[in-house]
Design a protein around this ligand. Structure first.
Ligand code: ADP
Ligand code: ADP
Ligand code: ZN
Ligand code: ZN
Length: 751
């Protein structure tokens, strides 16, 4: 790279996870795309090495006093890392946050709109914060800017056909003979043997609503009496359900239903803010508009005095449209966005930034995007580069790989069989490279000509109207592989993830969410292998199986069998360090002496699934391991914590756990996320076997290799949001390509 005047990020001897002494130069101010099968080491190089080093360097610039409150990023395992500039990681972590976090706040358009209203609206209120639902002067007083109010579901609280002694109060903590129950049953205000529905009007009022601080005598104690409704409102309703313990939250969700605030109609704003208008629209009206429509509205405002401000806002909205998010509204709560949508929303923030010489790191930015929108996304990546930034992208889609100035292809395979740079150079060179990526770039799955015949009665969704769906009805054939297609925001998830399960509750949705208790969970515990592994160790050594359990006395007392120590820091990701006592081996030396065919329990945790599959002859274990290899997860180690898995890996892990149940309806949302073209072939093979064994498989997919291998396609559109929500095509993939009438059909035909 000597001839390059921009210089390069230099990496020498990188060894994070499976990397095998990787040395390479990555050109600065260029787009570099990292390719390779899943598990080959792309993330270990890009996130685990380059981005991690950048974060560490940034943290070192803080004063020591501040640093002690920050996570200590260990130095990535490498001999030399140089020329790394500040990195911004734009990943698929969902934008969590409370209900006050919306698309508008995340993209900073909320502030821009408020300033605009403070300058142009009639009647003019004055300062920008008077239009903010986060400011007491702008918020609706009834719902305090939440837009929703909690109302109590009385049938969940009281069974009126019962008496107090029979357990009429259903709420947790009010069980018969409990302390709270006794305040009602022994207050002397009611007959504890009388069913609630026989109470006199006065008794009812006392029981449910009394709130005057009256004292009652219970078991010789003088207590303040409070009716059941004010009591529950105070104990449950006053807490933010997002922040309380899970059992309190569960009770909250059982007792309270959230409804749109009648005072502000969900707009979160007070009367004054709602009636201050620009061209007949309030700030709430604009926030509820689809972004693509709002961009046009802003462009239509004529006001020279705020011209630059209008232009900046319109530009940001247009960026959202370009990136394929024009169907969102600014008031959409960010916690409801998918991983792919979250990543693109975050991206828009940076597109507006004038920073240069930043290293931007993207994790499969095309996730959730129709091929139609991928081209525009690629354009935005090029804009970022042209501002003088270094752009690093982990990607699998050929259209995104094609924009690379430089390609780094990892391989040759996954896990211990990967970790090597198998090709680096320009895009043209990749097409000729003798690597899995190179070979797949020019080879597409042909459209299936012999499709399977459906079995039995089709699944029916009638008159679907959720979100943008325009009263549509569809039939989904059973016993085949169906692909549901359409641009992002056309309504695929609304139809398949919301409407289908309400018609057929036995539908199994295999999503990308993290399983609960993830810190203690790993591949072995989640799949249920571990129980059988312990039994095998116990049998071979004639000891008790519990000895090999992480909560037995055989486990390392310092890390409790985790092998690592987590240090929690408020508001920051916890740091993870290897346990010094057991050196990561999880168990006491005497436990490690017990072996199975030469391996200790700790060795087993370190094995990859692929290595473990031939090692374990025990049928129960072998079967599960086989399933994990089938879904393309053979490179994971048995002890790998679930928290380190990507969304796509989690989805495939869940799929593996569901395999072998016959006759199911499986629903998967973009199962090819994180998969190399080579892995996609494996996954399609798995779907084929599932279907042949009698299951119905429904995938929401953009990957045309999957669509072309489906037996049936349902294409939604024509556009996103308001412009979507109708069925454009139902039929065979070959006919979709032939008809050439929809965006999906056109892309399928053009391959
Ligand atoms: P890719 O990004 O190409 O899918 P990764 O870098 O995520 O690959 O993984 C490379 C290898 O490192 C795999 O064998 C994977 O199981 C392993 N690995 C990744 N993260 C961790 C981790 N936190 N702990 C242990 N092993 C890991
Ligand atoms: P797709 O799955 O095709 O990307 P979705 O079903 O997610 O499309 O979205 C269809 C429409 O419904 C979009 O306009 C989207 O903004 C809207 N929508 C989806 N989920 C929600 C939600 N939780 N709240 C409000 N609107 C939603
Ligand atoms: Zn309100
Ligand atoms: Zn330990």
């Amino acid at each position: 790279m000597q001839d390059d005047l921009y210089g390069a990020i230099t990496i020498r001897g990188a060894r994070e996870n499976n990397l095998r002494n990787v040395s390479l130069d990555i050109p600065k101010r260029k787009i570099t795309v990292f390719t390779g099968v899943s598990g080959s080491g792309k993330s270990s190089l890009v996130f685990g090495t380059i981005a991690a080093e950048s974060q560490r360097l940034i943290n070192e610039t803080y004063p020591a006093f501040v640093q002690q409150f920050m996570p200590r990023y260990g130095q990535p395992d490498a001999d030399q890392l140089e020329n790394i500039s500040a990195a911004i990681i734009v990943d698929q972590q969902r934008l969590g946050g409370n209900s006050r976090s919306t698309v508008a706040t995340v993209t900073d358009t909320a502030q821009m709109l408020r300033v605009l209203f403070s300058r142009l609206a009639e009647p003019r209120l004055g300062a920008p914060s008077l239009y903010s639902y986060n400011d007491p002067r702008g918020m609706c007083p009834d719902c305090e800017g939440i837009g929703q109010v909690a109302s109590m579901d009385m049938s969940a609280v009281v069974d009126e056909s019962k008496s107090l002694n029979e357990g009429a109060i259903l709420s947790k903590g009010f069980e018969v003979d409990s302390w709270w129950w006794s305040i009602y049953a022994r207050s002397g205000l009611f007959d504890p043997n009388k069913p609630i529905n026989q109470y006199s009007p006065e008794e009812r009022a006392n029981f449910f609503d009394l709130d005057d601080g009256r004292k009652v005598k219970v078991d010789k104690m003088n207590l303040t009496y409070e009716g059941l409704v004010p009591k529950l409102k105070r104990s449950l309703g006053s807490k933010d359900p997002e922040t309380v313990q899970p059992h309190v939250r569960a009770e909250y969700e059982r007792v309270f239903t959230r409804a749109i605030c009648p005072a502000c109609h969900g707009t979160r704003l007070n009367q004054a803010a709602r009636t201050s208008l620009i061209n007949g629209k309030s700030i709430a009206d604009l926030s509820a508009m689809q972004v693509s429509d709002l961009a046009l509205f802003i462009r239509s405002i004529e006001a020279r005095q705020v011209g630059p401000m209008l232009h900046a806002l319109a530009l940001r909205l247009e960026n959202l449209v370009t990136i394929g998010l024009g169907y969102l509204s600014l008031d959409r709560e960010s916690s409801t966005l998918s991983g792919g949508e979250s990543q693109r929303v975050k991206m828009v923030r940076h597109l507006g930034s004038s920073l240069t010489d930043i290293t931007y790191v993207f994790d499969e930015p095309s996730v959730g995007l129709h091929p139609h929108d991928v081209g525009r996304l690629a354009g935005l990546m090029q804009q970022l580069r042209d501002k003088g930034n270094t752009v690093l992208i982990v990607e699998h889609k050929p259209d995104m790989i094609a924009i690379a100035d430089h390609v780094v292809d990892m391989g040759p395979f996954a896990g211990s069989k990967g970790g090597v740079v198998v090709y680096q150079g320009d895009y043209k060179g990749l097409l000729a490279a003798d690597t899995l990526t190179g070979k797949h770039m020019t080879r597409h799955q042909p459209i299936k000509d012999k499709v399977r015949q459906p079995k039995g009665e089709a699944l029916r969704i009638e008159h679907a109207r959720v979100n943008n769906l325009k009263d549509i009805s569809v039939s989904i054939p059973r016993g085949v592989l169906t692909a549901v297609t359409g641009v992002a925001g056309s309504g695929k998830s609304s139809l398949i993830q919301t409407c289908l399960p309400s018609a057929y509750p036995d539908t199994i949705i295999i999503d990308q969410n993290l399983a609960r208790g993830s810190r203690r969970s790993n591949t072995a515990t989640y799949t249920g292998i571990l129980d059988n592994v312990r039994k095998a160790f116990a049998k071979a050594n004639d000891v008790e199986a519990s000895l090999f359990s992480a909560n037995s006395k055989g486990a390392c007392p310092d890390c409790n069998g985790l092998g690592v120590i987590y240090t929690d820091l408020a508001h920051l990701d916890p740091t993870v360090t290897t346990c010094e006592t057991c050196e990561g081996k999880r168990f006491l030396p005497e436990v490690l002496e017990h072996t199975l065919r030469g391996k200790s329990i700790s060795d087993v945790y370190e094995m990859s699934i692929e290595e473990a599959a031939p090692f374990f002859t025990e049928p129960a274990i072998a079967k599960i391991l086989g399933g994990l290899v089938d879904v393309g997860l053979g490179y994971l180690t048995l002890g790998q914590p679930l928290s380190t898995l990507s969304g796509g890996e989690r989805q495939r892990l869940k799929l593996a756990a569901e395999l072998g149940k016959k006759g199911n309806i499986y629903v998967l949302d973009e199962p090819t996320t994180g998969l190399h073209m080579n892995d996609v072939d494996t996954l399609i093979g798995l779907f084929d076997r599932l279907v042949d064994a009698g299951s119905t498989v429904i995938v929401i997919e953009h990957n045309l290799d999957v669509v072309s291998r489906a037996d049936w396609v349902i294409d939604l559109g024509p556009g996103a949001g308001n412009e979507g929500g109708t069925v454009q095509f139902e039929g065979l993939p070959a006919d979709l390509a032939k008809a050439n009438t929809t965006l999906t059909g056109q892309h399928l035909a053009a391959r």
